[in-house]
Design a protein around this ligand. Structure first.
Ligand SMILES: Nc1ncnc2c1ncn2[C@@H]1O[C@H](COP(=O)(O)OP(=O)(O)OP(=O)(O)O)[C@@H](O)[C@H]1O
Length: 383
């Protein structure tokens, strides 16, 4: 961090400081006092609560100069939470991009840790797809594509444009916030990893959210940029279909979004995948393109997934030539793998065991690991 963290118990306010070691990727922020944030949020009143996550609660507030803010307040002080706070502030200070939620400030003193962001009036993508706004048709097709593209550009920046590169590790619908124009801002960098130059992947403790974890990461803690690409693929499917990454079926059975989508895709029934809430109002070529891109992103083998640069390019391509070439490859892969699965399913349970990842999970079934392996946290929770 470019500057020391000062205690928020005192009333001193430092302004215009920068984090991130200078250069272009710096962010304007300031240190808030606890008193200031307490006043802004009406004493962290429940009426001002925007939501709750693993880190703590998020409150709406208004500063004395009229700025609307969102204040994330650490729920309990322990080394894990402290680390998350430090990582989030460190990473936020390094990034500056129209599709990343920047740091407005923080407060760290005694046993209080709070992070201050700009308030995003349209809240999270999750609230529009599955939450309090899910019944409304605010999120039409055009907005969905804008959200998908903007989120992809934010992740591209993290992977390719900031030094050292950053892997987010928790790309999901609740971490995509929407401004007044429904432009998306990727948020929540508490699990982010800075990748030293020349390092292609690292092995770490698995963090993130069930339903979005890439198989190699869920099983072996192998983390690379392509883990975010995988999570983005799930997010893209979620945006297009309006379905949760993991659905609970009657009898406690869980079905992943990829398991549900796979038969439709392999039969070319793309239109069946569109969110019924769209009532048929979508651009069919964009729908096919988005699903093809998602299919590429959620391949089991990380090396087969596109980079975020390719993802942005493909999502931008009106004529889906590149995607078509790859999707043909994908279909061939799928058929070959189906054949393998038929051959190798010795115990007749439809699954071939854990030894051979590709045959177990198929091109598209990587979430199987997350459904089976305890003790992952449920959808919407963090590990
Ligand atoms: N800047 C913001 N503007 C508006 N609403 C926000 C803002 N930041 C967070 N929220 C709201 O608060 C909720 C909780 O956010 P938080 O990041 O703490 O948790 P989460 O992403 O839901 O869960 P997790 O802990 O698994 O990341 C979000 O889903 C969102 O609705």
């Amino acid at each position: 961090m470019g500057s020391s963290v000062s205690c928020c118990g005192n009333d001193k306010v430092e302004e215009g400081l920068t984090l991130g070691g200078g250069g272009e990727n710096v962010n304007q922020w300031r240190i808030f006092t606890y008193k200031e944030l307490h006043t802004a949020t009406n004493g962290f009143s429940d009426d001002y609560k925007l939501g709750e996550g693993g880190f703590g609660s998020v409150y709406w507030g208004r500063t004395s100069d009229g700025l609307q803010i969102a204040v994330k307040k650490l729920k309990s002080m322990n080394s894990k939470a402290e680390m998350e706070f430090a990582v989030e502030v460190e990473v936020l200070g390094r990034v500056r991009h129209k599709n990343l939620l920047g740091l407005r400030g923080y407060c760290a003193g005694n046993d209080q840790r709070l992070i201050v962001y700009d308030y995003m009036p349209n809240l999270s993508l999750l609230s529009h797809l599955h939450g309090q706004f899910a019944g409304e048709v605010q999120l039409d097709w055009k907005k969905r594509m804008k959200v998908a593209m903007g989120s992809a550009e934010g992740i591209l920046y993290l992977h390719h444009e900031v030094t050292p590169h950053i892997i987010h590790r928790d790309i999901k619908a609740s971490n995509v916030l929407l401004d007044s124009n429904f432009d998306p801002l990727v948020a929540d960098f508490g699990f982010a990893k800075l990748i030293p130059e020349g390092v292609s992947h690292m092995t770490t403790r698995v963090k993130g959210t069930l339903g979005y974890l890439a198989p190699e990461y869920a099983m072996w803690g192998k983390v690379s940029e392509s883990c975010d690409v995988y999570s983005f693929g799930i997010l893209l499917l979620e945006i297009v279909t309006g379905r949760k990454p993991i659905q609970k079926l009657p009898g406690g059975v869980k079905r992943t979004i990829t398991e549900w989508a796979e038969p439709h895709i392999s039969k070319g029934r793309f239109k069946d995948l569109a969110d019924p809430k769209l009532r048929g109002n979508f651009d069919e070529s964009q729908l096919v393109q988005a699903i093809n891109v998602a299919a590429l992103c959620v391949q089991s083998e990380p090396e087969k997934r596109p980079t975020m640069k390719e993802v942005v390019l493909l999502l931008n391509t009106a004529a889906p030539v590149a995607a078509r070439i790859k999707s043909v490859k994908y279909s061939e892969d799928l058929m070959a793998r189906d054949q393998d699965d038929d051959d190798d399913d010795d115990d007749g349970d439809g699954r071939n065991g854990y030894e051979d990842e590709s045959s177990v999970y198929g091109v598209f079934g990587a979430l199987e690991a997350q459904k089976m392996e305890a003790p992952f946290r449920r959808y919407g929770e963090r590990r």
